[in-house]
Write a protein that binds this ligand. Structure first.
Ligand SMILES: *[C@@H]1O[C@H](CO)[C@@H](O)[C@H](O)[C@H]1NC(C)=O
Ligand SMILES: *[C@@H]1O[C@H](CO)[C@@H](O)[C@H](O)[C@H]1NC(C)=O
Ligand SMILES: *[C@@H]1O[C@H](CO)[C@@H](O)[C@H](O)[C@H]1NC(C)=O
Ligand SMILES: *[C@@H]1O[C@H](CO)[C@@H](O)[C@H](O)[C@H]1NC(C)=O
Ligand SMILES: *[C@@H]1O[C@H](CO)[C@@H](O)[C@H](O)[C@H]1NC(C)=O
Length: 397
């Protein structure tokens, strides 16, 4: 390579006075690179006149010197640098952390105008293997504390926490470590249940790890849904629910006596009167080891209208039949014993009735026929009855 004395002189002047000369070559912002990656530095405004000589420096270390027809790269950069004389762009690859720093471009035009500019590079290790370590024990609301700590490799410039996709903010019970790499929640509340996301970031990479927390609580707000009063002979069910994490298990007592029902719904296929009583649902949380109960009074009553069971109908029918049979029996008895006269003859005439009355009284036996006659006397419409009585009586002797 031929470099004239005047050129060396120029370069000496540049390096001596460069810092006082205007930095007229512009770069679009500092550059970031990843370890093992590459970066390109190119001025936004390369000189428009023809170039005499170009140099790129890293700090005070020369990287390369170029003229229109040749480029000389120093040995330490020889296998990881390329240069484009048209754009003055320097490409650097196989980046290392130590490549971070200031890169300076110096240009001398053929008219011996000098131009300089500088840019900076920061090299980051890519972030990998980010993970969260959470509590191993089951968490119980109001009792447990939870620490979530994060780990990961790479150059970490920021750590950000989210919960269920919203930023996680510190509070009385949520405390971040000073480096933001761990979060402590104490005591935990049910609202702390959810998915925690921790993102490690640097300008060239980021990685997020997630962890779900479940806060166990309850049971509480046990409630029983179902009717208070049901008809006899129908299907009935009571349904128990509770606010609980994990879901509560249930069991039922009636009047304080255990049943074998362990579902949330208690079903009576067909109600009878013995099903009335106090139904007590107990909700049990096997993690918090807590239980809570609720009571529901159920009354089985005879249904109105169409609600009768076949058994009830049978009972009513039998009852009616018994009553009818009883009336018939009584009638027969009374008839046979002549206490109710047969209506088998017709005789008319108030005079006859009066006459008969006289005859009856005259007989003076003073028994039932006499009473009958008195009755008839009060109400002439019944004179036929009287006549019958009279006729029977008169036949007897
Ligand atoms: C959480 O971490 C802090 C400090 O890092 C520690 O004092 C505390 O005992 C931890 N709590 C739990 C539940 O591990
Ligand atoms: C921790 O994160 C908060 C916001 O999430 C931020 O304001 C704070 O600067 C961070 N601290 C560190 C040391 O990163
Ligand atoms: C519950 O089940 C056990 C055995 O399965 C039985 O011995 C017991 O009588 C049952 N109790 C009731 C109230 O049904
Ligand atoms: C519960 O008690 C009530 C009143 O003491 C009784 O009428 C009812 O039959 C009882 N129910 C059951 C299912 O034992
Ligand atoms: C609670 O019960 C559920 C199901 O019945 C079971 O899967 C779980 O392991 C139990 N948890 C504990 C802590 O006993």
């Amino acid at each position: 390579m031929m470099v004239s004395d005047s050129l060396y002189c120029t370069l000496w002047m540049l390096s001596f006075f460069g810092q006082y000369l205007g930095e007229d070559l512009q770069f679009s912002g500092p550059a970031n690179g990843a370890v093992g990656g590459s970066v390109v530095f190119a001025p936004d405004n390369p000189p428009s006149t023809s170039i005499n000589i170009v140099q790129w420096h890293f700090g005070s270390t020369l990287i390369l010197t170029a003229q229109s027809d040749s480029t000389t790269i120093v040995p330490t950069y020889s296998n990881r640098v390329s240069f484009d004389i048209n754009t003055l762009a320097l490409e650097l690859w196989n980046l290392r952390l130590e490549d971070s720093g200031i890169y300076r471009l110096t240009v001398v035009t053929s008219a011996l105008d000098q131009h300089t500019g500088e840019t900076s590079l920061q090299v980051f290790e890519k972030i990998t293997n980010v993970r969260l370590i959470g509590p191993e024990d089951l968490l119980i609301e109001g009792e447990s504390s939870a620490n979530i700590s994060s780990k990961g490799t790479g150059s970490i410039t920021s750590v950000q926490w989210m919960k269920d996709n919203s930023p996680l903010s510190p509070s009385n019970s949520i405390i971040f470590s000073s480096d933001n790499r761990s979060v402590s929640i104490s005591p935990v509340q049910r609202s702390d249940s959810g998915e925690y996301q921790c993102t490690y970031r640097n300008p060239v990479s980021s990685e997020t790890a997630t962890l779900s927390l479940i806060i166990n609580y309850g049971p509480e707000d046990v409630s029983i849904k179902g009717e208070d009063v049901v008809d006899l002979g129908v299907r009935a069910s009571l349904s128990c629910s509770a606010n609980s994490e994990p879901a509560a298990s249930f069991n039922w007592k009636i009047n304080g006596t255990d049943t074998n029902v362990t579902t949330d719904t208690f079903i009576i296929d067909e109600t009878d009167f013995t099903h009335s009583g106090d139904y007590i649902c107990t909700a049990w949380n096997n993690v918090t080891k807590r239980s809570a109960t609720q009571k529901h009074a159920l009354l089985v009553k005879v249904g109105g209208g169409g609600g009768l069971s076949s058994g009830a109908i049978a009972g009513i029918v039998i009852g009616v039949l018994v009553a009818v049979a009883g009336i018939c029996g009584l009638t027969v008895y009374l008839t046979k014993t002549k206490k109710i006269p047969k209506l088998n003859q017709q005789q008319k005439g108030p005079s006859g009735a009066a006459q008969s009355r006289e005859e009856t009284k005259a007989r003076g036996d003073g028994t039932v026929p006499g009473k009958m006659s008195e009755h008839i006397y009060e109400n002439d419409k019944h004179e036929n009855v009287y006549e019958n009585v009279k006729l029977e009586d008169s036949r007897r002797p």
